[in-house]
Design a protein around this ligand. Structure first.
Ligand code: ASP
Length: 311
C-alpha cells in the first residue's frame, strides 16, 4: 500500500489566457509545497485523518484559495466559513458552518469530531466552542484580502468563486500506511452568497465523505452537490454497485452534477490506492503526492491524471 494524498484548491472557469503564467506558477508552487508537507507526514506514518486536516489547514492559510485567509465575502460584506472532516475507518465526522472568528475552520471541525457527541455546529455557537477548545480566534475582517474586497465590489450575484476570481474551495483525501482513509473540505463559500447560506462543504455526504472503501472531497456549485449527495454517491456506487472508483466518480461529476445544473469537480481515493479527479468545468487546482514518488500538480481539465495512474 502506497500512502497517498490528493488535494484540491477549487474548480471553476480557469482559463489559460486569463490566469497567465505568473499566477499559474504561484498556484503550482503552493499546491506542491502543501502536497509535499502532507507526503512527509504520510512517510512518517501519520494517520490519514491527521494528514488531511494538516493539508487543509495549510490551504486555509494560503490566501490564493477561497478558505480561511482569502475567503470570499457575503453580500453583506462579511465572511462565513464552512469546513468538515471525516475519518474513514470509524465514519466519525465533525463540521462547522458560517463561522467568522475561527482562524482555521478545519481545526474546529476536527475538534467537533474529537470532543463532541454532535456533528455540525453553526455560526456564533461554533466559534464559541472553537474558542473554548483553545483554537486561535481572529477578528472577522482578518480573512479578507484586497483582491477579495475588489471581487466583492464587482460581484453582487452568487458566483462560484473561481469563476469570478480564479481561486477556490479546498480539500484533501488521504490513504495512510495502515490503509485508513480520511477526507476534509473547507471553504469561504460562493462569492456574494447571502448571509446564513450553507453550501455542500460542511455537509457530510454532500461535500465530504470517507468510509473504509472511499474518501471524497468536492468543489463546485454547492446547492447542486447537496441535491445529488455527491460525495456519498461516489461511495455508494462503489459499495452497492461494485463500480470501479473512476467510473463512480465520473458518473457523479459528468452525469449527476450537470443533471441538476451544477459545475465543479472532486477528488477521490480508494482503499486500494486508486484515485479519481473528475472535473466538470474548465479546471480544478489539484495535486497528488504518493510516498516515494514526485508530487504532481495540475490546473486545467485537459491536463488529465498523473503518470502511472490506472484510473
Ligand atoms: N462548494 C462550495 C460552496 O458551494 C464552493 C466551492 O467549491 O467553491 O460553498
Amino acid at each position: 500500500m502506497t500512502p497517498t494524498l490528493l488535494i484540491h484548491g477549487g474548480a471553476g472557469t480557469l482559463r489559460r489566457d486569463e490566469l497567465g503564467p505568473v499566477r499559474e506558477a504561484a498556484h503550482h508552487e503552493a499546491l506542491a509545497a502543501i502536497a509535499r508537507a502532507g507526503q512527509r507526514l504520510l512517510a512518517q506514518g501519520a494517520s490519514a485523518l491527521d494528514v488531511v486536516v494538516e493539508a487543509v489547514r495549510l490551504l486555509e492559510e494560503c490566501p490564493l484559495f477561497n478558505a480561511g485567509k482569502g475567503a470570499v465575502y457575503t453580500t453583506a460584506g462579511t465572511h462565513e466559513l464552512d469546513a468538515s472532516v471525516m475519518d474513514g475507518p470509524t465514519q466519525a465526522a465533525g463540521a462547522v458552518t458560517c463561522v467568522s472568528r475561527t482562524r482555521n475552520p478545519v481545526l474546529a471541525a476536527r475538534e467537533v469530531l474529537r470532543r463532541s457527541p454532535h456533528l455540525l455546529f453553526a455560526s456564533a455557537a461554533a466559534d464559541a466552542l472553537a474558542e473554548q477548545w483553545g483554537l486561535e480566534m481572529v477578528a472577522p475582517d482578518w480573512f479578507g484580502t484586497p483582491e477579495r474586497l475588489a471581487q466583492w465590489q464587482r460581484t453582487q450575484t452568487p458566483t462560484l468563486d473561481h469563476d469570478a476570481a480564479r481561486m477556490g474551495t479546498v480539500g484533501a483525501v488521504a490513504l495512510d500506511v495502515e490503509g485508513r482513509l480520511a477526507a476534509a473540505t473547507s471553504t469561504g463559500g460562493m462569492t456574494a452568497k447571502a448571509p446564513g447560506r450553507v453550501g455542500d462543504t460542511p455537509l457530510i455526504g454532500a461535500g465530504c465523505w470517507a468510509d473504509a472503501r472511499v474518501a471524497v472531497s468536492c468543489t463546485g456549485t454547492g446547492e447542486a452537490f447537496i441535491r445529488i449527495c455527491a460525495a456519498h454517491d461516489v461511495a455508494a456506487r462503489v459499495a452497492y454497485g461494485g463500480a470501479p472508483l473512476a467510473e463512480a466518480a465520473h458518473a457523479v461529476v459528468h452525469e449527476g452534477l450537470p443533471s441538476v445544473g451544477g459545475t465543479g469537480g472532486l477528488i477521490a481515493l480508494a482503499a486500494d490506492g486508486r484515485m479519481a479527479l473528475p472535473i466538470h468545468s474548465a479546471g480544478m487546482y489539484r495535486a497528488v503526492a504518493r510516498v516515494g514518488a514526485p508530487v504532481w500538480t495540475a490546473i486545467y481539465a485537459d491536463e488529465g491524471l498523473p503518470p502511472a495512474t490506472d484510473s
